[in-house]
Write a new protein. Structure first.
Length: 473
């Protein structure tokens, strides 16, 4: 039995050979939950008594958990990061000082690719993409792919970078995402000749939006084909992995009615606004019967031009989110019914255009725990469950390929991205040091995957099993 679990059950009360009852206080909960996920134990919590029941699972599944230690090559990883620290900082600072919006990150792209080239990666700068909606081909000139091959074929591990900025500068800290991924890449580069597999560094532009976007057109054009596991980081107010991202779909809803004089001939008019109000209210009612993780938010953008004209046109803008993609699809079809209700009731014509969307990643506990274990081994103790719910194009990668996102702390708790305080932290030396630590964690994680191919297959199996069960709901 895992020694940490052993310690916990010793403090608990033994009911029989397979069952323990443990009384939890505060933060114990998180470590218990994480342990229970990857051990062959089931954990249930009685919220009234604050007791948890640990029971052996009815399964023959072999526990994969082992006590992790720093890899044998840890010193080599560290000395490479140390060796290039100054250079990494210069690149970090120059990206921070030259913020570029999505699909315009020419400076960042040039800085990153030339360094990758220098340390031995084969770099393709500028990649073909494909916009899924229209199946339109686009060329993403600020995307890139850098590859180093190992001594023989094996798993392909991709480290993704982001480097686009917001209109207010690097207030999402994507300069630090690039720096952490680069730290991992340069540390692993000389070690690749000792392992089997391939390391890919994927430069993914425009996470915050841009003319074409980044990960979605790249994914749709097959640029991630062959990747077994993808890794990425993001700065935040704590360290964690396995955070929930919400799948999101956005819609533009248009109603077309028939204009008429609102006083002289109201009976000849069809009000598009009435149709929009019926749809709006129906969607509000539907919310009560949706899952608690669902988020449905919308506005009325247009509702007529003058009070004495029956409105000919009304436009609503909506976004719908949930923890998994299949449930977003369920909500989308319900919203379409609400639009039809407005159209049928008024005689107006209703049209829904699902204009954009991100999927939600499928998190694999074994992968997330592995990465977090290495953070713990670096004595990082500000690990806390990530709670803020957002959406990202990372979700589309994580819906197709097992992906781990490592949050790393650069701000005091409660200071979140897209704020002035976060902007300041993203440009700070402390923020950069935190990014280097995150890079070290990614390097150790990638090393384990290159050296333990069974772990790679296990993560993939779990991923596909989870996806199947989501789709069969
Ligand atoms: Zn952001
Ligand atoms: Zn971001």
């Amino acid at each position: 039995m895992d020694s940490r679990l052993m310690q916990l059950v010793v403090n608990g009360k033994k009911e029989d050979d397979n069952t323990y009852v443990y009384h939890i206080d505060g933060e114990d909960y998180l470590s218990m939950r994480q342990l229970a996920d990857y051990l062959p134990f089931e954990m249930t919590i009685d919220e009234n008594t604050n007791e948890i029941l640990i029971k052996k699972k009815d399964t023959d599944e072999v526990p994969v958990r082992k006590q992790r230690e720093l890899p044998e090559k840890a010193d080599k990883v560290r000395s490479m990061i140390k060796k290039y620290e100054k250079r990494l900082y210069e690149i970090n600072k120059s990206i921070f000082d030259h913020p570029e919006k999505g699909n315009q990150e020419h400076h960042a792209c040039q800085q990153l690719t030339s360094f990758l080239n220098e340390v031995g990666f084969e770099v393709i700068q500028g990649l073909e993409g494909k916009i899924p909606k229209e199946d339109k081909e686009v060329f993403l000139d600020t995307a890139f792919k850098a590859v180093i091959k190992g001594k023989e074929p094996g798993p392909v591990i991709a480290v993704m970078l982001e480097y686009d900025a917001l209109p207010m500068g690097h207030a999402c800290g994507h300069n630090l995402i690039a720096s952490s991924g680069m730290a991992a890449a340069i540390a692993l580069a000389p070690l690749m000749k000792e392992v089997a597999g391939e390391l890919w560094v994927m430069g993914t532009p425009a996470e915050e939006g841009g003319e074409y976007g980044g990960k979605i057109p790249l994914l749709h054009a097959g640029q991630f084909e062959g990747v077994d596991i993808a890794l990425i980081t993001h700065p935040g107010d704590r360290w964690d992995t396995g955070a929930d991202f919400l799948a999101i779909s956005g819609a533009q809803i248009e109603f077309t009615g028939k204009p008429s004089h609102a006083s002289a001939a109201p009976e000849k008019g069809i009000s598009a606004l009435d149709a929009a109000i019926i749809a709006y209210n129906s969607i509000e009612m539907m919310r009560e019967h949706s899952r608690s993780d669902a988020r449905i938010h919308g506005i009325i953008k247009e509702g007529g031009t003058a009070s004495n004209i029956v409105p000919e046109r009304a436009v609503l803008s909506y976004a719908v989110r949930a923890l998994d993609q299949p449930y977003v699809e369920v909500l989308k079809s319900k919203i379409e019914n609400c639009v039809e209700a407005g159209a049928v009731a008024t005689g107006a014509l209703g049209k829904v255009d699902w204009s954009f969307g991100y999927s939600a990643p499928i998190n694999v506990a074994e992968l997330d725990h592995m990465v977090l274990d290495y953070a713990r081994l670096l004595n990082i103790n500000e690990i806390k469950q990530w709670e803020a719910l957002g959406s990202s194009d990372l979700g589309n990668i994580g819906y197709e390929i097992p992906t781990c996102n490592l949050w790393f702390k650069i701000t005091p708790e409660g200071v979140l991205p897209h704020t002035h305080a976060f902007l300041e932290a993203s440009g700070s030396k402390d923020g950069f040091q935190s990014a280097l630590a995150a890079g070290e964690v990614l390097a150790f994680s990638a090393l384990e995957l290159f050296e333990n191919h069974e772990m790679v297959s296990l993560i993939q199996q779990k991923f596909h099993k989870e996806k199947e069960s989501l789709l069969s709901q």
